[in-house]
Design a protein around this ligand. Structure first.
Ligand code: PMP
Ligand code: GLN
Length: 395
C-alpha cells in the first residue's frame, strides 16, 4: 500500500472512513442511504426541549471537566436501574465527547507503546484507529457468521485464548455488537470474563446499543459478572438511545482509579463538550422504563421491515438481535462475492447505499468479511419502504 503524505506512521492505512465515502455516494447519486448508522427521526421531546431551553443560559459555558453533576448522577441512576451495577456519580462516572472519546481516552490512558488489545472482529472502525493512536497493537479474534440466517455469530474460545499474550493489557468488548447485531450471551460473557481474570486484563466494554435489543435477546454488562467490576470500564452514549447521534454526549463508568486515569487523557482531548446537551441527556436517562422499551420495539419493527425486504429481494440476511444493522451475504447476487464492489455498484443497480462489512476487519483477515454487507434500518417508514421497493427491483 502506498504511503499517504504527511500522515504519521501510526495512522498510515487509516484513510477516509467508509461512512464518509458511502454517505457522499448517496448524496451524489440520490440513493437511499442505509449506510451510516444514524436515525432520520427526532429524539423524545422531553429531551430536545431541555436542550433548547438550556441554550442562552450559563449552560453555554464550559461545564465541569467530569461533566455536570446532574448528568453524572443520572448516568449512575440509569445504570443501577437497568441492572448495570452501582457507580459513584462523583468518582466513578466521567462524561465524554461521545463514546468515541471515552474509548480513545481509555486507550490513550491505559496503553503503553506495544501493549496489545484483544477484541472481536468485525470491529467498529474507531477501535483499530484508537488503538493505533495510543501506540497499541490490535489482536482481533474472529466472530464467524452463522451458516444459515437463523443462527448466531460465534467465536472459538481457543482463538480467544490464542490471541492473548504476555503483552495483552486490554480486552475490548462490544455488546450489543456493531456491525453484526450480536448480543453476547451469558455463557459467552462468562467465558470472556474468565479469560480476563486468568490473564489479569483490563476490560473496556462498549455498550452504546444497550437499549436497542430485540425479541428474547438480553443485554448484560460484563462488568456485572463476579470479579469483573474492578477491572472493567463501561462505555455508553446518548446518541443511539435518544436519536441524537450528533450531540456526542457519552460517558465511561468504572472504579475510581481507572476513571481517573481516563480523565487525565480526556481533559487534554476535548476537556469538555456539549454544555446545553448535558442536562438534556440527564433528563433522557431519567425517562420511565416504557420509553426505553418502546424505543427497542419500534426499532425491532424497522428491523423486520428491512429483513423482509432484503429477503424478498433475494438477499440472504443474518437477522440481528440488536443495534441498527442487518448483514447480507451478497454471493448469490455478486458473482465474485466482493461486498465492496457490490456496495460501490448498489446506488446504480438499486438506488441504495450500504456499508461493506470488510471495512470492519483487520486487512490481514479481510477474506472473512469479503462477502458481507451491512444495511442500516434506523430510518423512517417512508425511507425504509422506498429502500425495500428499490431493492426488490434490483437488476
Ligand atoms: N461504538 C459503537 C459500537 C458505535 O456503533 C458507535 C457509533 N455509532 C460508537 C461507539 C460511537 O458513539 P458516539 O457517537 O457516542 O461517539
Ligand atoms: N456508528 C455509526 C455506524 O457504524 C456511525 C459511525 C460514523 O459515522 N463514524 O454507522
Amino acid at each position: 500500500m502506498s504511503r499517504v503524505p504527511y500522515l504519521s506512521a501510526r495512522l498510515q492505512g487509516f484513510g477516509t472512513t467508509v461512512f464518509a465515502e458511502m454517505s457522499a455516494l448517496a448524496v451524489a447519486t440520490g440513493a437511499v442511504n442505509l449506510g451510516q448508522g444514524f436515525p432520520d427521526y427526532p429524539g423524545p421531546p422531553e429531551v430536545l426541549d431541555v436542550a433548547r431551553a438550556a441554550i442562552g443560559t450559563a449552560a453555554d459555558q464550559y461545564p465541569p471537566g467530569t461533566g455536570i453533576p446532574e448528568l453524572r448522577a443520572a448516568v449512575a441512576d440509569h445504570r443501577a436501574r437497568f441492572g448495570g451495577g452501582s457507580y459513584d456519580a462523583d468518582t466513578e462516572v466521567l462524561v465524554t465527547a461521545g463514546a468515541t472519546e471515552a474509548l480513545s481516552g481509555a486507550l490513550l490512558a491505559l496503553l503503553d507503546t506495544g501493549d496489545e488489545v484483544v477484541l472481536f472482529e468485525p470491529m467498529y472502525d474507531c477501535y483499530a484507529a484508537g488503538i493505533a493512536m495510543a501506540g497499541g497493537v490490535a489482536r482481533p479474534v474472529p466472530l464467524r457468521p452463522p451458516d444459515d440466517g437463523e443462527g448466531r455469530w460465534a467465536f472459538d474460545p481457543a482463538e480467544l485464548h490464542a490471541a492473548i499474550t504476555p503483552r495483552t493489557k486490554i480486552l475490548l468488548l462490544n455488546s450489543p455488537h456493531n456491525p453484526t447485531g450480536k448480543v453476547f450471551t451469558a455463557d459467552e460473557l462468562t467465558l470472556v470474563a474468565a479469560a480476563a481474570i486468568e490473564h489479569d486484563l483490563l476490560v473496556v466494554t462498549d455498550e452504546v446499543y444497550e437499549h436497542l435489543v430485540f425479541g428474547d435477546a438480553v443485554h448484560r454488562s460484563i462488568a456485572t459478572l463476579p470479579g469483573m467490576r474492578e477491572r472493567t470500564l463501561v462505555v455508553s452514549s446518548a446518541g443511539k438511545t435518544f436519536n441524537v447521534t450528533g450531540w456526542k454526549i457519552g460517558w465511561i463508568c468504572g472504579p475510581g482509579a481507572l476513571v481517573s486515569a481516563v480523565r487525565t487523557a480526556k481533559q487534554f482531548l476535548t476537556y469538555v463538550n456539549g454544555g446545553p446537551f448535558q442536562p438534556a441527556v440527564a433528563a433522557g436517562l431519567g425517562l420511565p422504563d416504557e420509553y426505553f422499551t418502546r424505543a427497542a420495539r419500534d426499532l425491532e419493527y424497522r428491523r423486520d421491515v428491512l429483513v423482509r425486504g432484503l429477503t424478498d429481494a433475494g438477499l440472504p440476511v443474518i437477522s440481528p438481535e440488536a443495534t441498527y444493522f442487518a448483514t447480507v451475504d451478497v454471493r448469490s447476487v455478486q458473482p465474485d462475492g466482493d461486498g465492496l464492489a457490490f456496495c460501490r455498484g448498489l446506488p446504480e443497480r438499486a438506488g441504495v447505499v450500504a456499508i461493506p462489512t470488510v471495512v470492519f476487519y483487520d486487512p490481514a483477515h479481510a477474506h472473512l468479511g469479503r462477502h458481507l454487507v451491512r444495511f442500516a434500518f434506523c430510518k423512517g417508514d417512508d425511507v425504509l419502504a422506498e429502500a425495500v421497493r428499490r431493492l426488490r427491483g434490483m437488476t
